[in-house]
Write a protein that binds this ligand. Structure first.
Ligand code: UDX
Length: 440
């Protein structure tokens, strides 16, 4: 099948590449000429395990191409996926300007039987609006479908190729058949293709992300409460997770969720509710708890130094919003860094395996950057762990204690065993640990 994918961000690039891997002819369109040129040369602008090799392989096989020209591609395309950004506006709603611009560019070029599919996360009603817009621009009915994407950064190829489910919203069953054909290579009995109304598909994406964000804010609130009553969230987590109705996944306490999806989608759904004159109490709380959670590490450090952080040196391991990505959008590490700078910390020594360049672009010489995590420790008063990269999981605690002026670790991801650190003479602050109560 001939496919066009508009927008070469995370979702667009992974979608286009994976569809070409399953034998389709895919052209990815982007208005950013530099990006297109880099992609044509096999250079992938984002860090995503396995993606660059897959792009190169399919480009070489002639199944994957990149262009800035709609006119060269759209007239021959049966399926056109829109995967452009829908960023958060100041009032929390999704900004759909890019979608409408794409629709205007597409309309005069569409083939009779083309299907236009929105993959970007869009508020309920957007697909119908797109159908109306295309009808008024072309003078005929154009098939539109909603096909939300559930991939996670760092595991994007696997998530796309082995999806838990594929969700498709359509206004007539024939459109769903076209998409079913396209997704067949990725489906298995237990991982179904779910066809539904346009509005239900649009809502599914938001409800999924908001449910996951709710789990995280819930466990973070419980972790904070555990600390105060002398309970251990890790034990509590095990205690509840064996109840199959609850389960274990997505219930790891930490420093709050970040990234390009959860914060944006929670705000967008709140805004959708407000538009319908409804106050979404749970979503509001999820967002508030998360904003507060991003401060938790700073508050612990500040308390430890009794409010006197001026002139201190802090080592930070991990800057990306989660491991296996260089993405620092809404990353808790940035909130921590801003608060430390505001409090007068004189030296912030940072390391991240892949996100350092992005942080450098934002903070420049306000921070000191190190290629190895142990090198951040020289002259540092305390160590703070923000992202749970695998390379931090096993640490040389004797070396850390020897290097730090104060033998203290603040761990936003509960990577270590508190009793082990205690035995090594290191004070250890995690999230929701029973040991925390005595340390405050
Ligand atoms: C998320 C969804 O998982 C994905 O389905 C959707 O398509 C896009 O949004 P992503 O943002 O890439 O994906 O990251 P994810 O792995 O879900 O993590 C999101 C955030 O939640 C991270 O900041 C992570 O640290 C945090 N998190 C996750 C926790 O704090 N605790 C957990 O138990 C799980």
């Amino acid at each position: 099948m001939k496919i066009a994918v508009i927008g070469t961000g995370y979702v667009g690039l992974v979608t286009g590449t994976c569809f070409s891997e399953s034998g389709n002819y895919v052209t990815c369109i982007d208005i950013d000429e530099t990006k297109v040129r880099r992609l044509q040369a096999g250079e992938v602008p984002i860090y995503e395990p396995g993606l660059e090799e897959m792009v190169k392989r399919n480009t070489k096989a002639g199944r994957l191409t990149f262009t800035t020209s709609y006119a060269d591609v759209i007239p021959d395309s049966k399926c056109i996926f829109i995967a452009v950004g829908t960023p958060m506006t100041a009032d929390g709603s999704a900004n759909l300007d890019s979608i409408w611009k794409v629709a205007e560019s597409l309309a005069p070029l569409l083939a009779e039987d083309a299907v236009v599919i929105i993959k970007s996360t869009v508020p309920v009603g957007t697909n119908r609006k797109l159908a109306e817009m295309l009808k008024s621009l072309t003078g005929r009915e154009v098939d539109v479908a909603s096909n939300p994407e559930f991939l996670k950064e760092g595991a994007a190829i696997d998530d796309f190729s082995k999806p838990d489910r594929v969700v498709v919203g359509v206004s007539r069953p024939e459109v769903s058949d076209v998409l079913h054909e396209l997704y067949k290579p990725f489906l298995r009995t237990e991982h179904p293709f779910l066809s539904m109304e346009l509005e239900s598909a649009e809502m599914t994406k938001y409800v999924a992300n908001c449910m996951l964000a709710t789990k995280i804010s819930f466990i973070n609130e419980m972790a904070n409460l555990c600390e105060r009553v002398g309970a251990d969230i890790n034990q509590v987590r095990r205690g509840i997770g064996h109840d199959q109705r609850i389960g274990f996944s997505f219930l790891f306490p930490g420093v709050g969720y970040g990234g390009s999806c959860f914060p944006k989608d929670v705000s967008a759904l709140i805004s959708v509710a407000h538009d319908r004159e409804m106050e979404p109490s749970i979503l509001n709380a999820v967002d508030q708890v998360n904003t507060a959670q991003k401060r938790v590490l700073f508050d612990k450090i500040n308390r430890y130094f009794e409010g006197d952080l001026a002139g201190k040196t802090v080592a930070i391991w991990g800057l990306a919003f989660k491991p296996k990505t260089d993405d620092i959008r809404e990353a808790p590490a940035l909130v921590l860094i801003d608060l430390l700078l505001e409090a007068g910390v004189s030296n912030i020594k940072v390391h991240d395996p892949v996100a350092m360049e992005n942080v450098k672009a934002e903070y420049g010489d306000k921070l000191s950057y190190f290629d190895h995590h142990y090198d951040t420790l020289d002259g540092a008063d305390v160590l703070v762990i923000v992202t749970e990269w695998n390379e931090f999981r096993h640490a040389d605690f004797d070396y850390i204690r020897h290097k730090l002026t104060q033998p203290v670790i603040f761990d936003g991801r509960n990577l270590y065993e508190p009793s082990k650190l205690k035995a090594k003479g290191i004070k250890y602050f995690g999230i929701g640990l029973s040991s925390e109560k005595n340390l405050d």
